[in-house]
Structures are given as structure tokens and as C-alpha cells.
Design a protein around this ligand. Structure first.
Ligand code: 0A1
Ligand code: ZN
Length: 849
């Protein structure tokens, strides 16, 4: 029999907590299978509520003892926690529970990873540690005593005392339980030091397993840069005596912003030139910054409830993107972010998992750490800033910090700060938080008597539960170029508020070429009839780097669509334009490398579906291969020149300049190896002294079908390094021929180094299969079957990672009937699995529709 369908929770049902907490004391007596947690919590009635019902969340806990004001009590153990009758006045709750960290494979609550104890409490993991009102609007100061035989024992806040077998920590900043953390293990630290602008000395540490201490220096520098940047740009200063970061091998996500004790997936903190690519370095810098920035946007000011998740995540992603733009190249960051936004968020917004930036209901909150909450949430902040201007943005954020420090807030609180500073009515703007779906922005234009007019029409397609959409406020950054390529109107932000709206520009001597949605000023899909000539013109002349890149991208996409739909040959206009762009030494090499990228298979599948053509994954793959081959031929001499010209001879640095040069040289290598059978790639592989060069060469060898020996050598060289071996798993699968991809993934799941309990390794293998669309969607259905099989196996072990990976199926409705049938069959097979987790049940049911 099926379990009862899990019940959703609604934003509209929010009620404040009946009981508040000032102070929490926790004692942990660590033991792998029987850790005891003793809590002592001072509760007081919330004067703003009438009910005195006392409910504490709790899951997978064995209750040993409970007392109220020192008298033993016998609480009712109920679904998801306990109830107890309590005095109608402040009281002290004392409780002892036992938990089993060694068998906690879900990696939520207190668990063990490579012999160390660690925690993950966001969103609702603290209830697996002790009975507690596990909701973000209950904030308290914590004192934590850890007893055990581990050499290093850490918790939030400042150290109070430590001795043989114990350590005590106190966090003076009130926080919700989701920010609690504890780490204990045989760890070594990479130390650092920071002096805040008001002169506070802060001890910094990155804690890792012995042997990894040589891979911490980059993250430590990133941390110091982040601390300085947040003081300089947002006026935010660090507020404890110590800041600890710990690297953990088994972690469901990237990293976690626990107060004063950030816990990181080791892949997001450990770095060395030999083992990490330039992209890894950039990602590590961004994630260090992201978690650090949460100290203000998330920790000092947190969320009232989980529906407000974007309040901390959208804002913090926006802040980390600003940081990366300042540290590196702003245009390159923007282009990369838009590529990722379209690949993940637009895809989500266009399918069965579409939800607003602030959802109105959920079954399992862990399923809402999505591209929409994070990335679209950040885009909304960017639009707000563009609309109010830089100065008003800074003033409003300051007001928000001053007004709400120490509070658990809502999107309304955030927007009120902007309304109060600017006097603007943000009622319509707020629709960005409540309406799901990506708006389509149609543009037509006319030119008469020196006046150029742009006519816009916005329309947002229906999404699950939202058939009708109202017009949104869309900031449209526009520039105009004259026929000679000079800019005749610099970037101007048009504010569209109606379903249809026109904007005119007077005094022009000739019909201009418009550059619309510069810097991708709003997360919308622009629809405009244009031609190759105009796109090539913009690629050559646009002063806005984003739109310059966009013109090349659109040219490539349209050519590919013609190849796929009409059997056309690769587009000569694209080949000429891209050649001219790539050889232009006035352009940043990193920009040129990005512009040499092609639309992904998934992008093309969606574009075809939008045009009413059922996408065939194999045909899409072949069209891309044909274009790459034609481009390699067209750019043969140039590729050889670029590969030589952009070899870096200085000692390795993962900065924007060197990584840009390597990116362009490696893009050139990709073209060269299509013509030389991999000879140049083999030379680069043999000579490589850093992972960027080594991995790029290995990819080329795999692509040209000559990688077998290098694959084996790579494994022999790196078998001791988990993070590098993750790359080894991934690369073989993403570069497998479509018809071999599922078999390659299946073979690798049988490799002795495959470990489904490690989320990184699971993603490196099964996630890689989904990242090879022609392979995953192969007509045999083998890809679907393999993924479903492994999701079913993983679910009882780690529901959170299982549920996240179900999104590989989210685009299923765009494919042909045979594929849809096969996918539906696999989705049903997952849903029919007895005891399926709430996480996976919710995801698969939503996808199945
Ligand atoms: N808040 C973290 C991400 C995070 C979210 C959920 C987790 O477990 C369910 C773990 C980490 C961040 O934004 O970095
Ligand atoms: Zn975050």
C-alpha cells in the first residue's frame, strides 16, 4: 500500500511561535553510534501569541530523559516531534536524547564523514540532533560543550575553554537552529589572521584532514578578500573573534554558512594548481565569498520562514556576483552567469518544477534550494538596483541592516526599506517574487522622420498553478548604434510596466541598430525578428560586452537550428563573424573563449520545442559536431596561432588574466584536435603541469577517440585524490559517444572507486550521464533506466541528493512520444518504490504532473 501523500505547508498559514528562547545550552557526548545530546533551554511565552501549545520538532531521536524546571515529564511523542504540557510562564526545559551519527547517511543533522563528526542543519536538520522549535524565527544564543576524544572540537561563536576530552564554545549572536554547527575530528588547520576596520583581531582557520593542508592557501586569501570587500562595499564587519572553515568530503551541497563555523564540501575549498582547474579556483573564491557574506545577509538578518529563502539566498548570490565582478572581469562574470541562468533557471521555469522566487507552498523545503530561488532571486535584486540606482540601493540596504539586525524577516521587510528610501511604490515590482515563469519580451520597431520607436510586448506563459500572469516591471537597458558602428545613444534604462509599451528616440539621422537588454538587464526571453547581417554587425561593434557576446551566440544558435530543421550546411555568416571575433587581439582572451562556446544541446532542444519542432537529441548532437568540425576547418590557421600565442609561461596563477589566456588556448586546442587526430592534445597532456591544461587535453583526446591510454594514466596518477578522481569519472561519461554513454556510466558504477554514499562521486557519475543529453536521451532508453535504477537505490540512503537529481527528467514533455513513454515508465517505477522518501516523492510527482 502507498504511504499517505505528504502534506504541503503553505505560506498563508504562517503563525508566530508560541514560545521564544533566549538561551540554549547543549552538551554533546560523542560516540559514533550513540552520541548523547543534553539540552537545557530557557523558554518564555511569546507575548504576541495566545496559544500555549508546546510542540518541539524531533526526528530519529531516542528520548532518554525530559524535565521541566527540574521535574521529570513524559512528553507525547508524536509524528515529527513531541508535545508536552507546560507552565503558562517561563520555564527551563532539559532533555537528553541519543543519536547515531555513524549511520546517518542522509548527511543531515549530526553525521560522520571520513571519521570526523560534522553537522548540516539547514533547513530542518537540527531536529535530528535534539528536540527543538526548529524554525528560523526562533533565535537564541548558544553555549555548546563537546565531550569526546577528538583532537579538534569546534562549534559556533568564540571558544570559551578547552581541555583534554572537552571543548566549550559560546555564540553571543542570537541565531536560528539551522545555523548551528559542530565539528570534531582529527583535523589540521591552515591559519590566518584578519584585522577588521574597527581594529578587531580575528583568528581565521581552514580545517582539513591531514594531507590536505597544502590545498588551503587560495581559500584563505579568498576569505580575506571577501572580508575586506564586504567592509568596503557594504560596510559589513565581522563580529566574532574567530572564523572557522572546515572541509568535509561527504556533503549534499556546496557549503553552509553556519555562524562562525562554515562547513564546506571539500570540492569547494581545497585547491592546488596540480589538482584544480581555473574554473574550480574561481568557483571556490565565489563560494567562500558567498558563505562569508551570509554572515550579514542570512545570519545577522535571517528569514522568518522558509518561504522567504530568497531573502538571504538571492541577495547573497547577488553580492557574491558583485564580488567576483570586482575581483575578476565584470563582463566575463555576467556572461557566464547568464549562460548558467538560462541553462538551469530558464529550464526550471519552463517545466513542471516552475515555482515563484517566493514559493507559496512546499512539501519538502530541501527541494526548494533551486536555481529560481538562488539565481532568479539574484536577478531580481539586480533589477531593483538598476531601477533605483546605485546610491539608493546602498542607502536602502543600509536601512534594511539597521532596521532588522537580529531579526527574522520577510520579503516585505526588504522591499519596505527600498520604498522608504526611494518613495517608489514597489507593488508591481513585487510580482517578480510571486509569479513563476520567464517573461517573453517581443520587440518590433519603426523609424520615421528621425524618430526611432521600439514597441515591446510582454507575456509570461502559464506555469503549474498559475494560469494567468499580470505584467511585470521590466528594466530594459537599450543602446543605439549608427550604421557606421558608432554608438549614437548610450545605454538608457527603459522601464516597462504595461503589457504593451512603446519608447521613442528622436533626432536620429539614420535608422539605428538597437542593442536591447544590455548586460541582460532582466531575466526575460527577448524575441525579435532580425537577420544574420545585423547580428554580425553587433558582434563586431556593440560596446556592451554582454550583447556583443549575445549576438555571436544568436548567430550560432540560428545557424544550428537551420542545420537541424532544414538540413542546412553550417552558416557561413557565423563562421566568418566568429573568425573575425576570435582573431581580434583587442578583445579580452576570456571573452573570446566565451564567444567561441556554442549553445548547449539542452538550449537547442528548448529552442526547437519553442519553435514547435520536437527535438531529436541525436540530431542536435550531430549538428553541433558538424558545426565544430566546420569551424575547426574554417579557423585552422587561427587556432594554431591562438594556441601558441596564449600559452602561459609564467608560474601558474588562477587569476582572470592567466585563466583567460588558458581558456582561449584550450578553445583553440579543441579546434586543432578535430583536425590532427589529437596529436597536439597529446603533447599538451604529456607536458601539462596544472589541471586546467591536463584536463583540457584529456577532453580533446576523449573527443577525438584517442583518449584510452591517457584515461588510464590519469587514473594511475591521481587514484589517491578523491576530488580529481571525480573528474575522471565525469569526463569519461560526458565525452562518451551518445550510444555508449549509459554503458560507460554503468561500467563506472561498478568501479571499485564508485561510492554512492559520497554525493560528489554519485553526481560525478550519474549527474554526468544527465550532462550528456544525447547519451541520456538515447533512443534505447538505457540512460533513463540506469538513472532511475540508481535514484531508487540512493533514495533510502540519501533522499536529498536523490530528489535533486530527479530534475534530469524535468524536460521530458518536450520529447517525442516514445521517449515520453519511456520516461513516464521510469518516473512511475520510482514513484511505486515502497517507502520512497518525501523528498523524492514530491519531486517525481511534480515532474510527472
Ligand atoms: N545555505 C547554503 C546552502 C545549503 C542549503 C541547504 C543545505 O542542506 C539542505 C546545505 C547547504 C548556501 O546557500 O550556501
Ligand atoms: Zn547561500
Amino acid at each position: 500500500m502507498k504511504d499517505a501523500a505528504p502534506q504541503p505547508i503553505y505560506l498563508a498559514d504562517y503563525t508566530p511561535p508560541n514560545w521564544l528562547i533566549d538561551d540554549v545550552h547543549l552538551t554533546f557526548r560523542l560516540a559514533p553510534n550513540a552520541t548523547r545530546v543534553v539540552s537545557r533551554i530557557a523558554f518564555r511565552p511569546n507575548p504576541d501569541t495566545a496559544s500555549r501549545d508546546f510542540f518541539l520538532h524531533g526526528e530519529a531521536l531516542t528520548l532518554i530523559d525530559a524535565r521541566i524546571d527540574q521535574k521529570p515529564v513524559t512528553p507525547d511523542l508524536v509524528e515529527g516531534g513531541l508535545r508536552c504540557s507546560v507552565p503558562d510562564a517561563p520555564f527551563i526545559w532539559e532533555c537528553e536524547v541519543e543519536i547515531d551519527p555513524a549511520n546517518n547517511t542522509a548527511l543531515e543533522g549530526l553525521y560522520m564523514s571520513s571519521g570526523m563528526y560534522c553537522t548540516q542543519c539547514e533547513a530542518e536538520g537540527f531536529r535530528k540532533i535534539t528536540y527543538y522549535p526548529d524554525r528560523p524565527d526562533v533565535m537564541a544564543t548558544f553555549t555548546v560543550r563537546i565531550e569526546g576524544d577528538m583532537p579538534v572540537m569546534l562549534s559556533n561563536g568564540n571558544p570559551v575553554s578547552q581541555g583534554p576530552g572537552f571543548a566549550e564554545w559560546h555564540d553571543p549572536w542570537p541565531k536560528p537552529a539551522y545555523l548551528f554547527a559542530l565539528v570534531a575530528g582529527d583535523l589540521v588547520n591552515h591559519p590566518g589572521q584578519f584585522t577588521t576596520r574597527s581594529g578587531r583581531e580575528v583568528e581565521l582557520n581552514i580545517w582539513v584532514r591531514p594531507g590536505d593542508e597544502g590545498k588551503c592557501a587560495f581559500a584563505m586569501e579568498a576569505l580575506k578578500k571577501s572580508m575586506t570587500w564586504d567592509e568596503d562595499v557594504y560596510g559589513c564587519e565581522y563580529d566574532l573573534d574567530i572564523f572557522n572553515i572546515v572541509a568535509v568530503d561527504d556533503f549534499n551541497m556546496g557549503a553552509m554558512e553556519n555562524k562562525g563555523l562554515n562547513i564546506f564540501n571539500s570540492s569547494c575549498v581545497l585547491a592546488s594548481p596540480e589538482t584544480s582547474t581555473d574554473a574550480n579556483f574561481e568557483r571556490i573564491e565565489a563560494i567562500i565569498a558567498h558563505e562569508y557574506f551570509h554572515n550579514w545577509t542570512g545570519n545577522r538578518i535571517t528569514c522568518r520562514d522558509w518561504f522567504q529563502l530568497c531573502l538571504k539566498e538571492g541577495l547573497t548570490v547577488y553580492r557574491d556576483a558583485e564580488f567576483t565582478s570586482d575581483m575578476r572581469s565584470a563582463p566575463v562574470k555576467r556572461i557566464s552567469d547568464v549562460i548558467a541562468l538560462r541553462a538551469r533557471q530558464f529550464r526550471e521555469d519552463n517545466g513542471p518544477l516552475a515555482h515563484p522566487v517566493r514559493p507559496e507552498s512546499f512539501v519538502e523545503i530541501n527541494n526548494f534550494y533551486t536555481a529560481t530561488i538562488y539565481e532568479k532571486g539574484a536577478e531580481v535584486i539586480g533589477m531593483l538596483k538598476r531601477l533605483v540606482g546605485d546610491d539608493a540601493y546602498a542607502e536602502a540596504v543600509r536601512l534594511y541592516f539597521n532596521r532588522h539586525d537580529g531579526q527574522a524577516c520577510t520579503i516585505e521587510d526588504w522591499l519596505s526599506a527600498f520604498q522608504d528610501v526611494t518613495g517608489r511604490d514597489l507593488t508591481q515590482f513585487k510580482r517578480w517574487y510571486s509569479q513563476a515563469g520567464t517573461p517573453r519580451l517581443k520587440v518590433t520597431e519603426d523609424f520615421k522622420d528621425g524618430t526611432y520607436t521600439l514597441h515591446f510586448e510582454q507575456h509570461t506563459p502559464a506555469t503549474p498553478g498559475q494560469p494567468q500572469k499580470a505584467p511585470q516591471v521590466i528594466p530594459i537597458a537599450v543602446g543605439l548604434l549608427g550604421p557606421n558602428g558608432h554608438e549614437v545613444m548610450e545605454t538608457t534604462v527603459l522601464e516597462m510596466t504595461e503589457a504593451r509599451q512603446s519608447f521613442s528616440f528622436e533626432g536620429l539621422t539614420a535608422r539605428p541598430v538597437p542593442s536591447i537588454l544590455r548586460d541582460f538587464s532582466a531575466p526575460v526571453i527577448l524575441e525579435r525578428a532580425t537577420d544574420n547581417a545585423e547580428r554580425a554587425f553587433l558582434l563586431a561593434h556593440d560596446t556592451d560586452p554582454f550583447n556583443k557576446w549575445e549576438a555571436g551566440r544568436a548567430l550560432a544558435r540560428d545557424g544550428l537550428i537551420a542545420q537541424i530543421r532544414e538540413g542546412a550546411a553550417p552558416d557561413a555568416a557565423y563562421l566568418d563573424a566568429i573568425h573575425a571575433m576570435a582573431r581580434d587581439d583587442s578583445l579580452d582572451p576570456a571573452f573570446r573563449a566565451l564567444a567561441l562556446g556554442l549553445p548547449s544541446q539542452d538550449d537547442l532542444a528548448q529552442t526547437l520545442a519553442d519553435l514547435g519542432t520536437t527535438p531529436d537529441p541525436q540530431t542536435i548532437w550531430e549538428a553541433l559536431e558538424t558545426l565544430r568540425q566546420a569551424r575547426a576547418q574554417h579557423c585552422q590557421d587561427l587556432a594554431t596561432r591562438l594556441h601558441a600565442q596564449f600559452q602561459v609561461t609564467d608560474p601558474y596563477r588562477p587569476d582572470a588574466e592567466q585563466s583567460g589566456a588558458r581558456a582561449l588556448a584550450n578553445a583553440a586546442l579543441g579546434m586543432i584536435s578535430r583536425l590532427d587526430g589529437g596529436a597536439q592534445a597529446q603533447r599538451q597532456y604529456d607536458a601539462a603541469d596544472n589541471m586546467t591544461q591536463q584536463l583540457a587535453a584529456l577532453s580533446c583526446l576523449l573527443q577525438s577517440g584517442t583518449g584510452a591510454e591517457a584515461v588510464q594514466r590519469f587514473y594511475d596518477q591521481w587514484r589517491h585524490d578523491r576530488l580529481v578522481i571525480d573528474k575522471w569519472f565525469t569526463l569519461q561519461i560526458v565525452h562518451a559517444d551518445p550510444q555508449d554513454a549509459a554503458a560507460t556510466a554503468a561500467r563506472l558504477t561498478a568501479h571499485p572507486d564508485f561510492d554512492m554514499k559520497n554525493p560528489n562521486r554519485f553526481r560525478a557519475t550519474l549527474g554526468a550521464l544527465a550532462a550528456n543529453p544525447a547519451g541520456f536521451h538515447h533512443a534505447s532508453g538505457a540512460g533513463y533506466e540506469l538513472l532511475a535504477e540508481w535514484l531508487i537505490r540512493l533514495d533510502p540512503v540519501n533522499p536529498q541528493t536523490t530528489a535533486r537529481m530527479c530534475s534530469a527528467f524535468e524536460t521530458w514533455k518536450r520529447y517525442d512520444a516514445a521517449r515520453q513513454d519511456m520516461i513516464a515508465g521510469q518516473l512511475d517505477r520510482i514513484l511505486d518504490t515502497p517507502g520512497l522518501s518525501r523528498d523524492t516523492t514530491e519531486m517525481v510527482s511534480r515532474i510527472r504532473g
